[in-house]
Ligand binder design. Structure first.
Ligand code: COA
Length: 317
């Protein structure tokens, strides 16, 4: 549990393992100053090993997620001060290097303005959900720089070339619905449902085996830039890592998952994780079969019929 209070960021830790990290400079639309970056770097570093935190949600207080770098404090006031500038630059890597391979799942909840440098933390969180009417903008071209600090690279990796070029060069705004279409966020919802939908995703993730989940997110990230051969080796090593981490809590996800489905019929993998995936209380240790395991003959027959229909429709291979 984090006890310290911060000036630019609020940390709200829930009992269920969800920790909210809330940018808290609403009067500056949550623009990111050097102090803001130093605090975020410290907070994320502490939360990564904090036993009460299983998942992190990042969002902004007020009408803005973040208005990007603070033009006054991050840029102008550090000009001519190379040491201060370098420190601010290093601290600002919480958005990229830190979040990209973070050891816990992360969600960015985009509640309003998401501008320039704030694209980084939006994209580098594992999941992102926006309000339909959130406003996204690569404003850099309008105030005299290019989208630096890796923003151009991230946008190019995330959007298609046409959209990346268009929005970087025009500086036009787009909303949450358009951000979802371009793959910048997973989906958008009306602002009034934003928190509820974000929590729904968070709780779904918390039901998974945490070691499997983290290895999976690392696999999705890392294999992007690896060769076929290296990916195969990396994935095999990551699978072994899951076994080692699970063994430390008296668990074997792979064996348990198969056993509960094939032998006990305690769950069905298409509908839910196995019993005890999250907390280790498996059926072998008194955990109860999942409701989704109940097999209803009528429905099963119906779903077999629909499978047949799908197979029939599929083109011959
Ligand atoms: N850097 C520094 N200060 C910022 C800022 C930023 N990126 N974004 C907003 N602010 C400050 C404003 O200067 C203003 O401060 P003041 O009250 O001391 O005058 C305050 O936040 C509120 O801004 P305002 O423009 O009045 O709010 P708004 O709700 O009408 O508009 C924005 C919000 C985000 C559209 C607008 O502030 C804006 O265009 N900000 C710049 C965003 C940007 O280009 N970021 C750089 C990305 S690299």
């Amino acid at each position: 549990m984090l006890k310290k209070k911060y000036t630019c960021v609020k940390v709200d830790q829930q009992k269920d393992g969800i920790t909210w990290v809330i940018f808290n400079r609403p009067e500056k639309r949550n623009a990111m100053s050097p102090t803001f970056h130093a605090e975020m770097m410290e907070i994320l570093t502490l939360l990564e090993t904090d036993k009460d935190t299983k998942l992190v949600i990042i969002t902004g207080e007020g009408v803005s997620f973040s208005a990007g770098q603070d033009l006054k404090e991050f840029f102008r006031e550090t000009d001519g001060k190379p040491e201060v500038k370098a420190k601010a630059g290093n601290d600002s890597k919480w958005r990229s290097d830190k979040l990209w391979m973070y050891n816990k799942p992360t969600i960015s909840m985009i509640n309003g303005f998401c501008i320039g440098g704030a694209f980084t933390q939006c994209i580098c969180c594992d999941f992102s959900i926006a309000a339909d009417d959130a406003i996204f903008c690569l404003s850099e071209v309008n105030w005299g720089i290019l989208p630096g600090g890796m923003v151009s690279k991230m946008v190019t990796d995330t959007f298609n070339q046409r959209d990346a070029m268009f929005y970087a060069c025009t500086g036009r705004t787009f909303n949450g619905k358009e951000a979802a279409k371009m793959g910048m966020v997973n989906y958008s919802v009306p602002l009034k449902n934003l928190k509820k939908e974000t929590l729904k995703l968070a709780k779904e993730l918390l039901e998974k085996n945490p070691n499997v989940l983290v290895a999976t997110k690392h696999a999705i990230r890392s294999t992007q830039s690896m060769s076929w051969r290296s990916s195969a080796d990396y994935l095999a090593a990551k699978a072994a890592e899951i076994k080692i981490k699970d063994a430390a809590r008296g668990h074997d996800a792979y064996a348990e998952g198969i056993r509960q489905f094939i032998d006990e019929k305690a769950y069905r993998p298409v509908f839910s994780p196995y019993v005890g995936a999250a907390d280790g209380v498996t059926t072998a240790k008194g955990g109860k079969p999942r409701a989704s395991a109940a097999r209803k003959p009528k429905k099963a027959a119906a779903s077999r019929a629909s499978v047949k229909r799908i197979v029939k429709r599929s083109p011959a291979t």
